[in-house]
Design a protein around this ligand. Structure first.
Ligand code: MUC
Ligand code: MG
Length: 397
C-alpha cells in the first residue's frame, strides 16, 4: 500500500453544491457575521502585562441554508497583550479570509473546514475557535443534543470553578473572596501576581494566604511576569504559604527555565501562554517543563485542537485545568461542554467571566451553584443571544 503523501491538502473534495463528495447530504454554511462587543467589568482587572476595565469579544453568528443559527465567541484580554489577537483583528480575519473560504461548505464537515481554515490563515486560533464552536452549536442543534455529545458525551454535569483576585489591593481582594465563599460561589481563587513591585506583591500574597488559605484553595498566575531568580524565590514562599499551583511564572518561550524551576519546586507548575499548539504541548511534555496544562479554546483553535492538546498532555503525564479568557456565557458554555467531556480535569476550571461582566448579552446565562459552574443542557450550546443587549453592547462606528 502506498502512503498518502499529499500533505498540502487534507481536505476532502467538496463539490460545488457544498456536499462532500463522499455523498453525505448536509446543510451548508450560508452566512457568517461578526459583531464586536465591548462589555465593562465590575472592577479593574490587573495582570502582570495589562490592566483592563472591559472585555472585548467577537460574536460569530453562522446561519445555514436551512436557517439553523449557531453562535461562537472569540474572547480577548487587554487588546494585543495577552496574545497577539484582538477583537478587531479577529473580525477582520474572519470577514476578509475565513468566511469567504468556508461559505458553501457542509456544516457537519468540521475537520474539512478546519483544514480549509488552516490553509487560509496561519494561527489566528481565537478566530478559528469562534467559527468551530458556532459549527458545533449548529450540528448539535440539528441533532437535538447538547454540544458535549459531539465530544463523546459529558462525564460530569458541573465543574468546580475558580474566581480570580486581580485588583492588586489585598484588603479589597479579601472582602471579594469572602463574599464568594459566603454565597457558595467559589472556594478556589486564582491570584494574579506581577503587576505590583515584588516586595508589595510578596506581602500581598502572604496576607491573602493567611486570610483565605483555611477556607479555599489558592492558585497564583504570574502571566510570564518573572525571571528565574524571582520565580525561585517566590516558589519557596508559596510552598510555605500552601499555594496549590503556580501558573506561567516565566516567559512562554522559556522551557529550559521552566524545567529548572519545576525540578526545584514542591508547588506544581501550570503552563498557560506556553502552550497554544500541539507542538508546544509536545515540547513541554517532552522537556518535563510543567505539571499541568491550562486548556483554552481560543488558544487551541476550538474543541478539536483542544482535544489534541489534552491527549498530548495526558500522554506526557501532565494534568488538565479548564482555563478561561474571561469569556461571556457564550464562550463559557462552549468551554463547559468541552471540559465536561474530558475524562480527567484534575484542577477544575475558572469560567467566572459571566460573573465579572456588568451585564450579559444572552437570555440564559451560565448557572453557578455550590462552588461549581453548571454545564448547560442544550440542545446545542444551550445559549440564546438577547438581541437588545447585543445591540446595546455592540461597538458603534
Ligand atoms: C490567564 O492568563 O489565565 C484567566 C483568568 C484571568 O483572570 O485571566 C485569564 C487569563
Ligand atoms: Mg493564565
Amino acid at each position: 500500500m502506498k502512503a498518502d503523501t499529499n500533505t498540502s491538502d487534507h481536505a476532502p473534495d467538496i463539490g460545488s453544491d457544498g456536499a462532500a463528495s463522499g455523498g453525505l447530504s448536509s446543510d451548508i454554511v450560508e452566512r457568517i457575521e461578526c459583531t464586536i462587543v465591548d462589555i465593562p467589568i465590575k472592577r479593574l482587572h490587573k495582570l502582570s502585562s495589562l490592566a483592563t476595565a472591559e472585555q472585548n469579544y467577537v460574536i460569530v453568528r453562522i446561519e445555514t441554508r436551512e436557517g439553523v443559527v449557531g453562535i461562537g465567541e472569540a474572547s480577548t484580554l487587554g487588546g494585543p497583550r495577552w496574545s497577539e489577537e484582538t477583537a478587531e483583528s479577529i473580525a477582520a480575519v474572519i470577514d476578509r479570509y475565513l468566511a469567504p473560504a468556508i461559505i458553501g461548505k457542509p456544516v457537519d464537515g468540521i475537520n474539512a473546514i478546519s483544514a480549509i481554515m488552516d490553509k487560509t490563515a496561519k494561527r489566528n486560533n481565537a478566530a478559528k475557535s469562534s467559527i468551530e464552536c458556532a459549527l458545533f452549536d449548529i450540528i448539535s442543534q440539528r441533532l437535538g443534543v447538547p454540544m458535549h455529545r459531539l465530544f463523546g458525551g459529558a462525564v460530569r454535569d458541573r465543574i468546580r470553578v475558580a474566581w480570580t483576585l486581580a485588583s492588586g489591593d489585598p484588603g479589597q481582594e479579601i472582602e471579594e473572596a469572602k463574599e464568594k465563599l459566603e454565597t457558595r460561589r467559589h472556594n478556589l481563587f486564582k491570584i494574579k501576581m506581577g503587576a505590583l513591585d515584588l516586595a508589595k506583591d510578596s506581602a500581598r500574597i502572604t496576607k491573602l494566604a493567611s486570610a483565605l488559605g483555611a477556607h479555599a484553595d489558592l492558585i497564583v498566575d504570574a502571566n510570564e511576569g518573572w525571571d528565574e531568580p524571582v520565580a525561585h524565590r517566590l516558589l519557596d514562599q508559596f510552598d510555605d504559604l500552601g499555594i496549590a499551583l503556580v501558573e506561567q511564572p516565566l516567559a512562554a518561550w522559556d522551557i529550559e527555565g521552566a524545567v529548572r524551576l519545576k525540578s526545584r519546586s514542591r508547588v506544581p507548575i501550570m503552563v498557560d501562554e506556553g502552550v497554544f499548539s500541539p507542538h508546544d504541548a509536545l515540547a513541554v511534555a517532552r522537556a518535563g517543563a510543567a505539571d499541568v496544562v491550562s486548556l483554552k479554546l481560543v488558544k487551541h483553535g476550538g474543541p478539536t485542537g483542544a482535544r489534541k492538546i489534552a491527549a498530548i498532555a495526558e500522554s506526557g503525564g501532565l494534568s488538565l485545568y479548564g482555563g478561561c479568557l474571561l469569556e461571556s456565557s457564550i464562550g463559557a458554555a462552549a468551554h463547559l461542554h468541552f471540559f465536561a467531556s474530558l475524562e480527567k480535569l484534575q484542577w477544575h476550571c475558572e469560567h467566572f467571566g459571566p460573573q465579572i461582566l456588568v451585564d450579559e448579552i444572552v437570555t440564559d446565562p451560565i448557572v453557578y451553584e455550590d462552588f461549581c459552574a453548571v454545564v448547560p443542557e442544550g440542545p446545542g450550546a444551550g445559549i440564546e443571544i438577547d438581541p437588545d443587549k447585543l445591540r446595546h453592547y455592540r461597538r458603534k462606528g
